[in-house]
Ligand binder design. Sequence first.
Ligand SMILES: [Zn+2]
Length: 211
Amino acid sequence: MTGSGAGAPASCWSCAGPVDAALPFCPTCRAVQPPRPLDHFARLGLPVDFALNIAELDRRYFALQRQLHPDRFATKTARERAISQSQAVSLNEAYEALKDPLERAIYLLKIKGVDANPDGCHTVKDPTLLMEQMERREALMEASTPSAIEALAREAASHVSESEAAIAAAFAAGDLDGAGRETTRLKYLVKLLEEARARKARLTAERSSAA
Ligand SMILES: [Zn+2]
């Protein structure tokens, strides 16, 4: 299920003319088209790659979102309003899945036929990763001041960046196993970072209410 969906023949519901599956409007009559089954990259007109140009992703998303804005359909038929809404839903799904690096890695592995999601399955096979995560979690539990937690959060954030770079390198080298392992690691790192931030917020709140 890779591929851009380009070339899949489709015709316009309104004028029956040919339409490009990746475009939300008919080139002939401009009628909004129902979302076709496309991968998220094709829906946003982007190459299937982990190393996305985020500025380009944003640019394409916001341009399409403007074209599908409900105000533009206020005077159209109920059918066109409904179609434009389902296009907007598909567009949002694609954007949400691609803009977050962890979600993007999981999705890309999925369309390349690798299931990255069975919980912790790589961890069990990877004692180094398991050890590393246990030690970090312990350090976080033992940190008792906001500044100690802040330092751990900063460390986790830099590990997240390193892990994202390692995933990009693995995908670029066609190493799906490596990308899968590193994606599992990223999942843990992101979780740890979230926990560090939550713990810091809690501790800060406790201190300010005790003061
Ligand atoms: Zn048409």
